[in-house]
Design a protein around this ligand. Structure first.
Ligand SMILES: [Cu+2]
Length: 169
């Protein structure tokens, strides 16, 4: 047989009396609920960049951020069976960095470096290669200098098609 809530309460009170719990302790107010976590700062620019399966392309040709803005870039590979990475380079260096990416095919250490060339033209890089169903969150501060910053996947052979532009305004 189920007890009504009032009966349960009565039982609890009775139990309290039986075990001689001091009323002072009972009367203790509940600890105040912890303050809610502060809302995330509203000044983070959140961008999601995906991969179009099988054609070696990002799903956006361009993204836009404010100079010096905090950016959270979520790079997502939902359906492409190939592995990809992401880097952002100095303006005007797409072909130069791309050529360095192509050389990585012959570099035994390339995979360890996620196929990211060792280049001072690279300003921002992802954390890993992402295969199907994987993602990489890249947090960075946008360049303070306005301009068009190439975005590339430097897995060898991809960059010619797999490129986009980050417009810094
Ligand atoms: Cu790629």
């Amino acid at each position: 047989m189920k007890m009504k809530p009032s009966q349960i309460l009565t039982s609890i009170v009775a139990l309290g009396l039986l075990t001689n719990v001091s009323p002072a302790q009972d009367a203790k107010p509940a600890a105040p609920a912890p303050a809610a976590a502060p809302a995330p700062a509203g000044d983070v620019t959140k961008i999601k960049l995906g991969v179009i399966p099988a054609v070696m392309k990002f799903d956006k040709a361009e993204i836009e951020v404010k100079a010096g803005a905090k950016v959270a870039l979520l790079f997502v590979n939902e359906k492409c069976p190939l592995q990809h990475n992401i880097i952002i380079t100095k303006p005007g260096t797409k072909d130069k960095v791309g050529a360095e990416a192509d050389k990585l095919l012959a570099d035994p250490n390339a995979m360890k470096n996620n196929y990211v060339p060792n280049s001072t033209d690279i300003l921002i890089k992802g954390n890993k290669l992402i295969g199907i169903g994987q993602s990489d969150l890249i947090e960075f501060t946008a360049p303070t200098e306005p301009g068009d910053y190439p975005i590339l996947c430097t897995f060898p052979g991809h960059w010619r098609l797999m490129n986009a532009v980050m417009h810094v305004k």
